[in-house]
Design a protein around this ligand. Structure first.
Ligand SMILES: Nc1ncnc2c1ncn2[C@@H]1O[C@H](COP(=O)(O)OP(=O)(O)OP(=O)(O)O)[C@@H](O)[C@H]1O
Ligand code: SF4
Ligand SMILES: [Mg+2]
Length: 372
């Protein structure tokens, strides 16, 4: 099996608070290969940023990676020292934060900040770093770069600041770029320009991108794979076409009904009813259960397994298991054992020869089922 650039396995991250432990990420797994774009989408509080910060190990002081691993080129970086991680950040993996004003230092010029990042992560000297800073600003489409390097962040527009952030993140040519809501603070035209620019740079530099957003529509065209998160878990993953045209998780369906689309101009937008789950007190079963109008009894008690529902398409919803009855019949006809059929589909024949839905629950895994 070829090695992935980044392989996140059963990642669990929590925060200790006065009210108890907040379970922000609950068994997330995914792979990212060189030159690919992964979109992570989900409503506010679904654990998108915490997943990204866990990879970079830039969690708040009360946060910790409670389980799982993050492998970069085959090495588990959760075991790395602070010094090794400092080398990882910037050089191997960079992040663009949502709000450039909080990430750029207001008391230093753009040039100072860019040069510092370059000096820190490469072996360029001061003169070369200066040159590289201007080169990077040109690359991200900042006009008059020689003048801009002498300016302070407040002297630039929001779109310009975001471009500077991208230049900073790219200055060391990282293998992986994490963009955490890189355009939400910008107006629509600038948003489109920035995304176009990122796509262009990704193709030019061949890096992998993790694009974090709560707006599925914005990133769909640039992602090779989209991962939908809810309650710190992955509900569904697939290509943009899989997610948009054949969603197989009730939360994804709700998310799609709640976003505007030019094809459905006359349809009403339907917000997902109910409140996000309380991460202090995770439910025993499917995290979306309390808001799902198709929930079954099994959804209340057990976390659904992630199942293959298409070629590159996986979803964790008990309704998919329920739909596997035909598959179960085919497997039995092909001579597979009742145990294997029950494990793969959840369907088994009772003593009267009637099919009953009785999924095998992997209690040890907590049924989180994000195995790949
Ligand atoms: N330092 C912290 N202490 C306690 N809880 C935290 C801390 N940081 C994050 N959380 C909680 O972890 C959960 C996941 O947060 P996260 O920032 O990953 O959400 P998100 O999906 O990025 O949402 P948004 O779209 O609003 O950015 C939230 O409930 C958040 O309140
Ligand atoms: S597993 Fe059950 S509760 Fe969860 S989305 Fe599917 S049907 Fe709804
Ligand atoms: Mg976030």
């Amino acid at each position: 099996m070829s090695e992935h650039l980044l392989s996140v396995k059963d990642l669990r991250t929590s925060f200790v608070t006065d009210n108890g432990e907040v379970h922000a990420v609950n068994g997330v797994s995914f792979n990212l290969d060189r030159g690919k774009v992964l979109g992570i989408v989900g409503e506010s509080g679904s654990g998108k940023s915490v997943t990204a910060y866990s990879i970079m190990q830039i969690l708040a002081d009360n946060g910790r990676i409670a389980g799982g691993s993050v492998e970069y080129k085959g090495q588990d970086i959760t075991k790395w020292s602070a010094r090794q991680m400092a080398g990882f950040r910037g050089k191997c993996c960079s992040i663009i934060f949502q709000d450039p004003m909080t990430s750029l230092n207001p008391v230093f010029t753009i040039g100072n900040q860019l040069e510092e990042a370059i000096l820190l992560h490469t072996n360029k000297n001061k003169a070369q770093a200066k040159e590289r800073a201007i080169e990077m600003l040109t690359l991200v489409g900042v006009n008059e770069p020689a003048k801009r390097v002498k300016q302070y962040p407040y002297e630039l527009s929001g779109g310009m600041r975001q471009r500077v952030m991208i230049a900073m993140a790219l200055a060391c040519e990282p293998d992986i770029l994490i963009a955490d809501e890189p355009t939400t603070a910008l107006d629509v035209t600038i948003q489109a320009q920035i995304l176009e620019l990122m796509k262009e740079l990704q193709q030019k530099l061949g890096m992998a991108i993790i694009m974090v957003t709560h707006d599925l529509g914005v990133i769909a065209t640039m992602c090779d794979e989209i991962m939908v998160m809810y309650g710190g878990r992955v509900c569904e993953r697939g290509t943009a076409d899989d997610i948009f045209y054949n969603p197989r998780h009730e939360y994804t369906k709700g998310l799609l009904r709640s976003i505007p689309s030019t094809e459905r101009m006359k349809e009403r937008l339907v917000p997902i009813a109910g409140n996000p789950i309380n991460l202090l007190n995770m439910p025993a079963g499917c995290a979306f259960c309390a808001r799902c109008d198709r929930a079954l009894k099994v959804c209340l008690d057990y976390v659904p397994m992630e199942r293959q529902v298409g070629e590159d398409h996986r979803a964790a919803c008990w309704l998919n298991d329920l739909a596997l009855k035909d598959e179960a019949e085919k497997m039995i006809a092909a001579g597979q054992s009742a145990e294997a059929v029950q494990a793969a589909t959840g369907w088994v024949k009772d003593e009267n020869g009637q099919w009953v839905f009785d999924p095998v629950i992997n209690e040890q895994e907590g049924g989180s089922g994000n195995e790949q």
